[in-house]
Design a binder for this molecule. Sequence first.
Ligand SMILES: NC(=O)c1ccc[n+]([C@@H]2O[C@H](COP(=O)([O-])OP(=O)(O)OC[C@H]3O[C@@H](n4cnc5c(N)ncnc54)[C@H](O)[C@@H]3O)[C@@H](O)[C@H]2O)c1
Ligand SMILES: [Zn+2]
Length: 352
Amino acid sequence: MMIKASSKEYKLLVHQDFSFMETLLQSDNALYVIDKKVYKLYYDKLFSGIDTESLYLIDALETNKNINTALEICEIMTRIPAKRNAHLISFGGGIIQDITGFAANILYRGIRWTFVPTTLLAACDSCIGGKTSLNYKQFKNLLGTFFPPDEIHICPGFFQTLTARDYESGLGEVVKFNMMSGSQGLERMEHELPLLLDRNEDKLNEYIENSLLFKKDFIEEDEFDRGVRIHLNFAHTFGHAFETMSEFAIPHGTAVAIGMMIADRISLSRGWLKEEKVQRMENVLLQIIHVDLSPIPMDMDKIIAAIKKDKKQTSSDLTAVLMYDNMKLRIVHDLKEHEAEEAIRYVYEKIG
Ligand SMILES: NC(=O)c1ccc[n+]([C@@H]2O[C@H](COP(=O)([O-])OP(=O)(O)OC[C@H]3O[C@@H](n4cnc5c(N)ncnc54)[C@H](O)[C@@H]3O)[C@@H](O)[C@H]2O)c1
Ligand SMILES: [Zn+2]
């Protein structure tokens, strides 16, 4: 798959096995930046040949997703004499992607960057679209740029070692893309989610490609998130609130799945979706949401305040992407707090 951005056209390859690693691990002028956990899990199989001078390991923690880590990578890369040919090759999930994308963007005004997503969330969603974000003090994703990798390599073998928590988080985005594509996507999920839950690698590859193809149209049309790309924010307005209130105990994709339940309930009460559709979507979502909401008290003022902190909120009513008319998407700016509250109450009761 090729993806067009204003700065370049970049290549994404989905592999059946790890054989693509052989050439990648022999790249010239490379620094390998790897998620520490991934490095340990795959050391014998993949990484034992990398010498220490060409290696930088990062703990995938939100507290490390900051400018200091990005600057440290830049500093280490100055050791590579062939400046403009320096090549950053990173392995990890969204945290490693965000840090290394930012570093690759600012060093010498942009160097070659290859990314290998090792979480399902990064593979099916964040690896394309070019967003890089760093946290600053208490501000999540405050600093950011648009800088896509030059090459992306996806291999489902990596997803076998994800914890159930991280795997289901990735499925949250897969389910989101399918729901966004309408009734057929919902039907696909009803039939094939069990195979995905079993981590069937052929199915995973199929659904990663579907998800990325769906996203590709939006990001190619609206690279800088000013127009049609905002639709990809479906369910995120509500999801972000749960992600931050839980201090990231609820991972991104799971929060998005919770956000979808809320969005669907609002559409139901507006008469925009039929009960039967909402129920079917909920049945799919409940198979991937395994969280305990009890540490987040159902304090509506706090929850609404967290929703309002979302970057996309600009007016006194809430802005959100909702489904209407048999699963089409629409951006609304007139969502009333009480509508959101009613849906949130329902979701608390349902998932507890
Ligand atoms: N830039 C974007 O467009 C974008 C989009 C969505 C999310 N994000 C960011 O992505 C981050 C979340 O990323 P994420 O959920 O992909 O994962 P992550 O990077 O937070 O990693 C989650 C956990 O999985 C572990 N892990 C990674 N690969 C593994 C593997 N193959 N086997 C076992 N464990 C593995 C990590 O060590 C970590 O413990 C957030 O910081 C979020 O803000 C960025
Ligand atoms: Zn998302």
